[in-house]
Design a protein around this ligand. Structure first.
Ligand code: ADE
Ligand code: ZN
Length: 331
């Protein structure tokens, strides 16, 4: 990789960084049986028709994550790869319900992730935030119970809540109460909306949940009034180009709406979502945009700058990163 531009990654599911080799190693370590003989066979299963077909495999493979060390190893492996792709700051999602439902304690997940994240500035030159996501296709009572169980980590490790999993049929408004509680607890608010779901879900995420950032949001482009609102308020959108193609939200990278989103004046950022499953990490997405969509240095620099502007970093740290983006020389 040639000289990646410094950037923040703001849309990254830590469970989506589970590479086939680590999956098999953890399966061996924990005595979990998987129907794949080797990494190639497992990788061959990474062919998806839509979001749900991906989620089925994504949740199934989480079975290998059992101990605090597993979660620490998972996060450390991501951070090493991210550093090599120019990531200086990462705001990382995790799915607590996907682990507690399998009998893994919340403390096991958080102690493991927390250990890797605490070491990240020294080990990898990356600062981090952790975002707890609720599974929108689970009952809201489960989200509320998860929220209460996680209180001891608020502020110290968990700084925001998010909303993910199967979108269509699970509108944001279902989680109004939990988002109200999160706001009262001083947490930052984001949500997936407008990935497979309609523009109405993006309006709801903004107006009912009060999110500060929309994850994906690509279907906003179908609604001119929404585009106007997002541009006027400079609401950050964490767009994930490789993910959108692999999950068939967009036919090909060459047809991705990202250039139109930039033209419309939206605060767009580029992210990898679930990089192990979607064919690349964040700078691979940048490279894809350059090669398939013809984005030039000026646009790539703008996307990198947007990633820090849209982050939850304090102003002073943001400004220091923005200077580094400005000074960057694309090789
Ligand atoms: N969980 C992990 N990746 C996701 C995605 N792209 N959309 C919704 N939920 C997810
Ligand atoms: Zn996502």
């Amino acid at each position: 990789m040639t000289n990646p531009v410094p950037k923040a990654e703001l849309h990254l599911h830590i469970e989506g960084t589970l590479e086939p080799e680590l999956t098999l190693a953890l399966a061996g370590r924990n005595g979990v049986e998987l129907p794949y003989a080797n990494a190639e066979e497992l990788r061959a299963a990474y062919a998806f028709e839509d979001l749900q077909s991906f989620l089925d495999l994504y949740y199934a493979l989480m079975a290998v994550l059992r101990t605090e060390q597993d979660f620490a190893d998972l996060a450390d492996a991501y951070l090493a790869r991210a550093a090599a792709q120019g990531v200086r700051h990462a705001e990382i999602f995790f799915d607590p319900q996907a682990h507690t439902a399998r009998g893994v304690e919340l403390a096991t997940v958080l102690d493991g992730l927390g250990r890797a994240l605490a070491a990240a500035p020294e080990r990898h030159g990356i600062t981090t935030r952790l975002i707890m996501c609720f599974l929108r296709d689970e009952p809201v009572e489960s989200a509320r119970a998860t929220f209460e169980a996680a209180r001891p980590w608020f502020g110290s490790l968990i700084t925001a809540v998010g909303l993910d999993s199967a979108e269509v049929g699970h509108p944001p408004a279902k989680f109004r109460e939990v988002y109200d509680l999160a706001r009262e607890a001083g947490l930052r608010l984001v949500a997936h909306a407008g990935e497979e779901g309609p523009p109405e879900y993006v309006w709801e995420a903004l107006d009912v949940l009060g999110v500060e950032r929309v994850d994906h949001g690509i279907r906003s482009m179908e609604d001119p009034a929404l585009v106007e609102r997002l541009a006027r308020e400079q609401v950050p959108l964490t767009v994930c180009p490789f993910s959108n193609v692999r999950l068939r939200c967009v036919k090909t990278l060459a047809e991705h709406p990202l250039p139109r989103m930039l033209e419309a004046g939206l605060l767009v950022t580029v992210n990898s979502d679930d990089p192990s499953y979607f064919g690349g990490y964040v700078d691979d997405n940048f490279r894809g945009l350059r090669e398939e969509l013809g984005l030039g240095e000026e646009e790539l620099r703008r996307l990198a700058a947007n990633s820090f502007r849209a982050s939850f970093l304090p102003e002073r740290e943001r400004e220091a990163h923005l200077k580094a983006v400005e000074a960057h020389r694309f090789a």
